[in-house]
Design a protein around this ligand. Structure first.
Ligand code: FMN
Length: 304
């Protein structure tokens, strides 16, 4: 999720979010903002940077975003939301898609009135996370709404919310008629979830594989963000990768207290020395070309 204002002002950190790796395609870059003109300019920059799809965020419930009139707030301002989609779709030649929540308040059905209007304004696909902005991530995603939205629009609808397994994905697709599912929290620190959902291979990773993936991610994060920013940024990932009953709580807590990433890595290898072998294999598989830039698939503000 990239701020359109940040792009407009040429903010160095924001521009950094447009670094796209050669092996990341197809790739959508999501922008947020509330001014149609500024959003259109940002979308053109995103297309120029090589994105295959420009996605617009009308789902973020985080205050930092909603207080600027962006994110889920636009669900309460359908005219403005349509002007944003229209301006963005006119500014780029790649498809423009929209991610939305059900509405701002609990029980809201705003997505069912706003969604079709966004399609008329130029949205090529809608992704619905059927929780209200107020709910944040609590309660259950109400995919009955997703099914209703599918019946109202003639573009592909993507179902987002509580897709944690292949069984859930298949049940949601069957119940809603959605064209695809989007996986969120189930994949945090858990890329194996995607394999299970795609292939039905539900084998739990070994401790060695988990630590190897985490250390690889740490190396890439340092490369992209630099040591200083990466140190704080990585702390939540220790819990995500090592959680799910994989490692004791005390061990995760100990890692977050260590002052440097090198110390975290040393502690991980001390606990799981065999992780060096799968790590070497993973590093061998990385693309070699100097032209490959790695963009972290991580939201800046974390909200939708
Ligand atoms: C840490 C975090 C960051 C997120 N960042 C974004 C984002 O930048 N853009 C977006 O549209 N949704 C974002 N979401 C929402 C997810 O895409 C998804 O709609 C939501 O988490 C529900 O799916 P889940 O139950 O599978 O997690 C984020 C969710 C989480 C937990």
């Amino acid at each position: 999720m990239v701020s359109c204002a940040g792009l407009q002002h040429g903010n160095e950190r924001t521009l950094g979010y447009l670094r796209i790796a050669a092996d990341e395609r197809p790739l959508a870059v999501q922008i947020f903002g509330s001014d149609p003109g500024v959003m259109a300019e940002a979308a053109a920059m995103v297309e120029e940077a090589g994105a295959d799809i420009v996605d617009i965020n009308f789902g973020c419930p985080v205050k930092k975003v909603t207080k600027t009139g962006a994110g889920a707030t636009l669900l309460d301002e359908p005219d403005r939301a349509c002007r944003v989609v229209d301006a963005v779709a006119s500014a780029v030649s790649v498809p423009v898609t929209v991610k939305l929540r059900r509405g701002l308040e609990n029980g809201s059905r705003a997505c069912l009135s706003v969604g079709p209007r966004l399609v008329d304004a130029g949205a090529a696909s809608l992704t619905l996370h059927p929780r209200s902005a107020k709910q944040m991530y609590t309660g259950a995603a109400d995919h009955a709404l997703t099914a209703e939205l599918v019946s109202l629009v003639d573009v592909p609808v993507v179902a987002s919310g509580d897709i944690t397994s292949r069984a859930r994905a298949q049940a949601t697709l069957a119940a809603t008629g959605a064209a695809a599912v989007m996986v969120g929290r189930a994949a945090q620190g858990n890329p194996w979830a995607l394999q299970e959902i795609l292939e039905g291979d539900g084998v739990e990773p070994s401790r060695e594989e988990v630590v190897a993936e985490l250390v690889l991610f740490m190396h890439e994060t340092v490369r992209e963000l630099g040591e200083h920013r990466a140190t704080g940024f990585l702390k939540k990932f220790y819990g995500w990768y090592l959680g799910r009953g994989r490692f004791p709580r005390a061990f995760k807590a100990e890692l977050t207290q260590l002052p440097t990433i090198a110390e975290v890595e040393a502690r991980l290898f001390a606990a799981v020395p065999g992780a060096r072998f799968p790590l070497a294999r993973l590093e061998e598989e990385l693309p070699e070309s100097d032209e490959v830039l790695l963009d972290l698939p991580i939201s800046i503000y974390g909200g939708g």
